[in-house]
Design a protein around this ligand. Structure first.
Ligand SMILES: *Cc1c(COP(=O)(O)O)cnc(C)c1O
Length: 433
């Protein structure tokens, strides 16, 4: 299947090119040329299939033309080494828990899939992945690529500006993962990565690629768990009138849900739940899209003022504002509302939300109608935001073993200045070529 750029439909690429490049040369986002509807029998029997079996069927619809079935199956099965259960919270509200992976956030699914697909496409050659992080992306990418043959990952992060829990998730791994602790800010880290990609002297000597979230191999696999969630609801006799609420930042997760719906998944409607960064809600209300600088909130993975996947949503609906509004509604919450939601849900229903999931739960609580079955995506484990959550619920939360294991690991980062020459010299001396 071909992938076109959202900036120009005649700019197409193969899946291999789209995965290796990430972004189209005209800075547009890649979109698959068609979204295949899955057969009716698939939906009739979906409740009897495992998460891996369901996901393999979905993966074949996108990648089946370009990746051998046996290889694709291996990629899917290895990616999904953990479950995404649907758990009842209260009334007609369920939580789709996406935090059972290695770094306790939904980004594990996309990062693990992309690492394996990239390894498949590069074959026997070697690639160096550069990623700048302010916290969460670094851990998902580093753990997703951990131990993958032929790939070396360099994570650049700003010294003293990442929480200890987050830092431990990418500085203690070793193997093919190198953490570079940069004397500077996140912007400095990002500038170093950009300069490296632009340095032809460097790119001639080594294959460099990025693992950013707009890559089709990171974003499309996020459709898997929407199907699995539906299967779990159907098994309980609750497969009708499903409303899915997605705590959103760059809108990759929500866009993957829209893809699932186009493939025939019976979802009645979606709700995009935001923190104070509400450009999407404003767009729904006015038809005008005005990106803004982001505002810092306690649901910080959603602090995005110019959501990158907005271009994909516009493309899917041919820029018809009224069609988008029929399918998606929006909500936006302040930090106070998010804290209150965490407190209330914990007190009344004994369910501990993280600050992102709290936006999702609250939006369902306020918008769900009688007869609808609401599922919100619980995008991260509350322990990742331990202090914020404990303050909100006025109690202690347990740290899962796999998170504690990171914290107890040995930090192995390489200190580095924010000067490009230092970074370049280091890369040349240690990259795979
Ligand atoms: C990345 C992230 C989000 C936002 O997801 P998008 O796909 O960017 O909309 C929400 N919650 C958590 C915990 C995240 O890490």
């Amino acid at each position: 299947m071909k992938y076109y750029s959202t900036n120009n439909k005649t700019q197409t690429a193969t899946l291999r090119e789209a995965v290796i490049k990430g972004l189209a040369p005209d800075r547009g986002l890649y979109m698959p040329e068609n979204i295949k509807r899955l057969p009716e029998e698939f939906f009739n029997n979906i409740q009897d299939l495992s998460f891996q079996e369901i996901s393999f069927e979905v993966a074949k619809a996108f990648f089946g033309d370009d990746v051998e079935a046996q290889d694709l199956k291996k990629i899917v099965y290895e990616t999904l080494s953990f479950d995404c259960p649907v758990v009842h919270v209260n009334g007609n509200i369920w939580s789709l828990e996406l935090f059972h992976g290695p770094t306790l956030a939904f980004k594990d699914v996309g990062a693990r899939f992309m690492a394996r697909m990239l390894a498949y496409f590069i074959g026997n050659t070697r690639v160096n992945v550069l990623v700048a992080t302010s916290g969460d992306t670094g851990s998902a990418v580093a753990n997703g690529f951990l131990g993958v043959e032929g790939i070396r990952v360099f994570v650049l992060y700003p010294k003293n500006k990442v929480s200890l829990i987050q830092e431990s998730q990418f500085t203690t791994l070793g193997q093919n993962i190198t953490a570079l602790e940069i004397e500077g800010t996140f912007d400095d880290c990002q500038a170093l990565v950009k300069e490296a990609f632009a340095d032809t002297g460097l790119t001639k000597q080594m294959a460099l690629t990025s693992a950013n979230s707009i890559n089709v191999a990171r974003f499309l696999p996020q459709a898997f768990y929407y199907f699995h969630a539906y299967a779990q609801m159907k098994k309980r006799g609750l497969g009708n009138n499903i409303v899915i609420c997605v705590p959103s930042g760059n809108f990759g997760n929500l866009t993957a849900g829209l893809f699932a719906q186009r493939m025939g998944l019976p979802v009645k409607r979606f709700i995009a739940a935001n923190n104070a960064n509400d450009v999407f809600l404003k767009y729904l209300n006015t038809g005008i899209y005005e990106p803004r600088p982001s505002i810092q909130t306690i649901a910080n993975a959603m602090d995005v003022g110019a959501p990158s996947n907005f271009a994909r949503i516009i493309d899917m609906f041919n820029n018809e504002h009224s069609d988008i509004c029929k399918c998606i509604s929006g909500a936006s919450y302040s930090d106070t509302q998010i804290r209150d939601a965490m407190a209330k849900c914990h007190e009344l229903y004994k369910y501990t939300l993280d600050p992102h999931g709290a936006c999702g739960w609250l939006a369902l609580k306020e918008n769900l109608q009688n007869g609808e079955n609401g599922i919100f995506l619980e995008t991260a484990h509350p322990a990742k935001f331990k202090e914020t959550v404990e303050n909100a619920i006025n109690g202690q939360i347990e740290i899962p073993c796999r998170l504690a294991a990171f914290i107890n690991g040995t930090k192995m980062s390489i200190p580095m200045t924010n000067k490009f020459e230092d970074f370049k010299r280091y890369l040349i001396s240690s990259c795979l070529s």
